[in-house]
Design a protein around this ligand. Structure first.
Ligand code: SF4
Ligand code: SF4
Length: 488
């Protein structure tokens, strides 16, 4: 099958400079650092609980955290050493989470019992995906065993491989495409076969012509598998955008891709899955891009999960100058870090350190009502209206403007000539909606209890009315209406 050009369908999207400086840099493996801090919450869903204690010796690939809840994924040690601490740390998103700190000790040794999983049936496959610890490596961090086990599996028609990598600077997925070709194709065919999906699209932005050419050749003799060459327009890699671009289907508000017969997987996720099925080594390290003017030697590297940003920057020759801004993730959706002590997670695809010159920002001014933010929004939202509703703390309008549909791509902020901090206001608007919902659900049991309490004396009055005659019951009913109990 040949590559097919896609991309004339979508609404919005921003044209960004690509700045893929590291695209041709082959990946290097980073040695184990002196210590790692492995967060027990590095996925969407329920955090894991540590299954090791301080002082335990652990081997690489040994289970250190798990949860019995469905939406979660086990966590494994990424180095060999001793558990130094189990403590609470602040994660890159500002939340406080439990973490296992492991200090390197002894020779790097794989945990006992690591072997390729035995897979005969679909449940075996899903169990293996869960055991691998895989959560979406593209950034969202959704547990893969949940994604690959939809309740309507027989209705799934499309497997869409997200290799768009539309954020500037990041080239980790591109290097996976170019260096781990066998695992990428093996993983795609594995998921296709196990889940019985007929059609696969590998979505690659057209700013990666070598990858498009390579995979078009590789797919030529694979029935039902083809490359979708996507227009380079940010955010092509957003799940809903990618589904629309490749299939023309629209995922409705609050629904999952499976509701329109699609499963979307990141390219590094399918490649990892294939390597897990080959080797049995769970998710303990990942490929990430290190770039930005403040870094001496930008690289694509594979680092143990839990390695600190500082250790990674040191491996890249240290800072050229003190960074003005340090990001975990890309410049559009990444999180700014206060310092370089933060550990990487399963979802960390980039570390960017920018100089003052690279971060220069024009001052924020009043909105000039140009509507650029509206035209660029891939979700057809009205960012300027949402900002106003947030400033007024108007939860009702925030809901009416579908604030929760925002995928936080940052396109609106990027194009705004007044440099309004739109995406920040939208994120805070979402938090306001959540807070409001929590308050309301907390009120409900209290209201129910009040209603029940009010109903009790009413019921008692009726019973008494029957037993004691109309006069006494009338006094009791009056007391209930007035909220007193003086009818005794
Ligand atoms: S409103 Fe949300 S989805 Fe729309 S452009 Fe802004 S950040 Fe992206
Ligand atoms: S892009 Fe900026 S200036 Fe233009 S309408 Fe939106 S918020 Fe206002």
């Amino acid at each position: 099958m040949n590559a097919t050009s896609f991309g004339k369908r979508s609404h919005g999207g921003a044209r960004l400079p690509h700045r893929k400086h590291t695209a041709e840099l082959e990946t290097v493996a980073m040695p184990a650092p002196q210590s790692v801090t492995i967060l027990m919450s590095q996925h969407i869903g329920v955090p894991c609980k540590p299954v090791v204690k301080v002082g335990d010796m652990v081997k690489t690939g040994q289970l250190i955290g798990q949860s019995d809840k469905l939406i979660s994924a086990p966590i494994y040690s990424s180095i060999t050493g001793k558990v130094k601490a189990i403590t609470e740390v602040v994660a890159d998103n500002g939340s406080t989470v439990e973490a296992v700190v492991i200090a390197a000790e002894g020779e790097e040794t794989l945990a006992d019992g690591i072997a390729p999983p035995k897979i005969d049936t679909l449940p075996d496959f899903i169990a293996a995906v869960k055991a691998s610890g895989l959560t979406g490596l593209g950034g969202a961090g959704f547990p893969a065993h949940v994604k690959l086990n939809p309740s309507n599996l027989s209705e799934i028609e499309f497997l869409i491989i997200n290799a768009a990598e539309c954020e500037p600077y990041i080239t980790a997925d591109y290097r996976t495409l170019m260096e781990d070709t066998d695992d990428v194709m093996g993983g795609i065919l594995l998921v296709k076969e196990k889940l019985g999906i007929q059609n696969v699209f590998i979505g690659i932005e057209d700013n990666k012509p070598k990858a498009i050419e390579l995979y078009t050749k590789l797919c030529a003799d694979k029935a039902g598998v083809s490359v979708a060459a996507l227009r380079s327009r940010y955010p092509q890699g957003a799940e809903k955008t990618l589904i629309y671009e490749t299939t023309g289907r629209v995922v409705e508000e609050g629904k999952l891709p499976s509701s329109v017969g699609c499963i979307v997987m990141n390219v590094s996720s399918v490649a990892f899955l294939n390597s897990y099925i080959r080797t049995g080594v769970p998710l303990i390290k990942r490929r990430l891009t290190v770039d930005g003017g403040a870094v001496n030697e930008p690289k694509n590297l594979i680092a143990p999960i839990g390695t600190s940003v500082k250790d990674i920057i040191d491996f890249c020759g240290g800072y050229k100058e003190a960074p003005k801004k340090l990001l975990m993730g890309g410049p559009m959706m990444g999180l700014a870090l206060p310092d370089d002590s933060y550990p990487t997670k399963k979802s960390t695809n980039a570390i960017l350190a920018f100089t003052e010159k690279e971060c220069r920002e024009a001052p924020m001014t009043n909105c000039i009502r140009c509507a650029r933010c509206v035209f660029v929004c891939p979700m057809s939202l009205m960012p300027v209206g949402i900002e106003k509703a947030y400033e007024a703390r108007d939860v009702q309008t925030l809901k009416e403007l579908k604030t929760n549909l925002c995928i936080e791509c940052g396109s609106c902020s990027y194009v705004c000539p007044a440099k309004r901090k739109l995406v920040q206001s939208i994120k805070l608007g979402k938090a306001l909606i959540l807070e409001d919902a929590k308050k309301k659900s907390a009120q409900k049991p209290a209201e129910k209890a009040d209603q029940k309490a009010a109903a009790e004396p009413e019921k008692a009055a009726k019973t008494e009315k029957k037993a004691d005659g109309p006069k006494k019951a009338a006094v009791k009913e009056e007391a209930v209406k007035e909220g007193t109990d003086n009818g005794k």
